[in-house]
Write a protein that binds this ligand. Structure first.
Ligand code: SIN
Length: 281
């Protein structure tokens, strides 16, 4: 299909597939930034990426993910998402989902690099042993940006990308936010695990050692190779993921002169969360 020209019935099919599968892939779309923003807006309001540094000047709804340097300066975030996560977990209300358009894909010996892995947080919850489901459903994790920086190595910036990102991050004081480890999807009612690799400092209801063991168990269960999808990118791809029902991780197995350029839009959860509140009181 052509995402630039969709009637309402076809769009409704896409949205239903997005709700059902959590990750959807469209090949050969080649969207311009304006077309990407227009298609993204059909899902509702958009969130801007919090650090303004790499938001596109004339389309600030798009954040640029790239390893490309222009005059020695990065044009985008180079190391985005190289850990199992759902997006923008630092916010009280993380987004509904994200859309990534592949503009340039690194290729070596005819093989595309820079794949992205996906895992289903819904399947992860559904396949937990019964007692663990009940236990996890009452717990709350403390998600910490200081933990994140340590986990991804930002406290030891050794390259130009990290220097820029650390500069931007330094302007934002470290913060913590508490999220339930299990959340209901406001549109589908599906139950989703809400964990992020390496950033949950503790679980409010547990001692630290027990919390760490539990988080390791939950992550290992969620990202078992037999239940992950590995997306091998082609220029022109549009991939969307639901931030409640899917986790993802970029593998980042390439370096300049191989170039990667992706444009990401972020779908806000505000509308679906408020209509969920209205229906559930
Ligand atoms: C992200 O986490 O948004 C980045 C995914 C990717 O670059 O493959």
């Amino acid at each position: 299909m052509d995402l630039r020209n969709l009637d309402d019935a076809t769009f409704a099919e896409i949205e239903a597939a997005f709700d059902e599968y959590g990750v959807i892939v469209f090949r050969d779309q080649f969207l311009t930034p304006a077309e990407q923003v227009a298609f993204s807006r059909r899902f509702g309001p958009l969130d801007h990426f919090p650090y303004g540094l790499f938001n596109m000047a004339d389309h600030p709804e798009i954040v640029i993910l790239s390893n490309i340097l222009q005059e020695g300066k990065p044009i985008g975030m180079n190391d985005a998402g190289r850990y199992w996560h759902s997006d923008m977990w630092t916010l009280d209300q993380p987004p509904r989902g994200s859309m990534l358009c592949a503009i340039e894909v690194p290729v070596e010996d005819k093989i595309a690099l820079g794949d992205t892995y996906f895992a289903s947080s819904t399947h992860a919850f559904d396949t937990l042993p019964h007692e663990l489901k009940a236990r996890v459903a009452s717990l709350h994790g403390v998600f910490s940006t200081a933990r994140y920086k340590k986990f991804v190595g930002h406290e030891k910036p050794d390259n130009v990308y990290l220097k820029e990102i650390v500069k931007a991050a330094a302007e934002q004081p470290d913060s913590e936010v508490t999220h339930p480890l299990v959340r209901k999807h406001p549109r589908t009612g599906k139950t989703c695990l809400f964990i992020v690799e390496g950033v949950i400092r503790t679980i409010l209801e547990l001692e630290n050692a027990e919390a760490n063991d539990l988080l390791d168990t939950l992550l290992a269960h969620t990202v078992r190779p037999e239940v992950t999808y590995r997306h091998r990118w082609r220029v022109g791809d549009v991939v969307m993921w639901d931030n409640y029902s899917a986790m993802h991780r970029a593998i980042g197995d390439f370096e300049l002169p191989l170039r990667r350029l992706m444009h990401r839009t972020t779908l806000s959860a505000s509308e679906m969360e408020s209509s969920h509140d209205a229906t559930t009181g």
